[in-house]
Design a protein around this ligand. Structure first.
Ligand SMILES: [Zn+2]
Length: 260
């Protein structure tokens, strides 16, 4: 009865392949990872995927170091260019836990990161999430942003009010982006270069307005790699989720996706 174990192994391999995208071809370029919060607690959030536990995050940093990635901010990766084996850490919304939980792990490994700030809510909270059952979470204040910037964190814009920029009139759009750049420039003493579209939403008009406000690199939430041919105002990112296991993470680094 030799077919039994073979049959079972075959079925197992089939199930594994259906679940994990190891068969997907490797994609050239740098993975730009998107995180929101690095926290253990869920606090009843309806979006647990956006809260990665510190332990898992530390393991992800170590996995990248083992694989020879230089883990940097977006600015440093763009400056390093295509030949470098870089991976980029980005954090949307600038939650307080970046200072408490994420940065110490990043800094201890000599790595870099980019944090995208909602400039009307510096020292405030995620008011744009309210009414959706998402808990209120405090955001980095001006003193923390200055201190982290002095330690090498790159800060970029995430809109002044975290509005869907594709829904704004040309006037509102220009005003929101100008306020965002002005607030950051004043705080950091130099213009911010990087931007992340709130909700990942953008169109050609939004891209032009973001460039017009002085940002030269902007991140979307479309999956893909950062390569030489990438539109710098539509940089794809890879979402790292709470449920990602080590295998998911390693597949995402090279293939942008791990499972359906
Ligand atoms: Zn956001």
């Amino acid at each position: 009865m030799i077919w039994w174990p073979v049959g079972l192994a075959g079925l197992g391999a089939l199930a594994f392949s259906a679940r994990y995208h190891w068969w997907r071809s490797r994609q050239p370029g740098s993975p730009v990872l998107m995180y929101h919060q690095i926290v253990q607690e869920l606090d009843g959030t309806p979006l647990p995927k956006l809260r990665v536990p510190p332990r898992a995050f530390a393991n992800q940093l170590d996995a990248m170091a083992r694989r020879g990635y230089e883990v940097t901010s977006l600015k440093d990766a763009l400056e390093a260019g295509e030949g470098a084996k870089t991976a980029v850490l980005t954090f949307d919304d600038a939650f307080q836990d970046f200072a408490a939980n994420a940065w110490p792990l990043v800094q201890a490994r000599g790595m870099g990161a980019t944090v995208f700030v909602v400039t009307s809510q510096i020292g405030g909270s995620n008011v744009w999430d309210q009414g959706k059952g998402i808990p209120s979470v405090p955001l980095l204040d001006a003193g923390q942003i200055k201190e982290l910037a002095a330690q090498g964190v790159e800060f970029g814009g995430h809109g002044h009010q975290h509005r869907d920029l594709t829904s704004l009139s040309p006037d509102e759009l220009a005003r929101d982006l100008a306020a965002c750049q002005e607030t950051l420039s004043e705080l950091l003493g130099k213009p911010a270069r990087s931007f992340a579209y709130p909700y990942g939403l953008f169109n050609d008009q939004v891209k032009l307005a973001v460039a017009g406000a002085g940002f030269s690199a902007a991140c979307s939430t479309r999956p893909g790699m950062l390569a030489g041919s990438t539109d710098p105002l539509a940089i794809p990112r890879i979402i790292v989720k709470r449920s990602d296991q080590a295998l998911d993470f390693s597949l995402k680094l090279t293939r942008t996706k791990s499972r359906w």
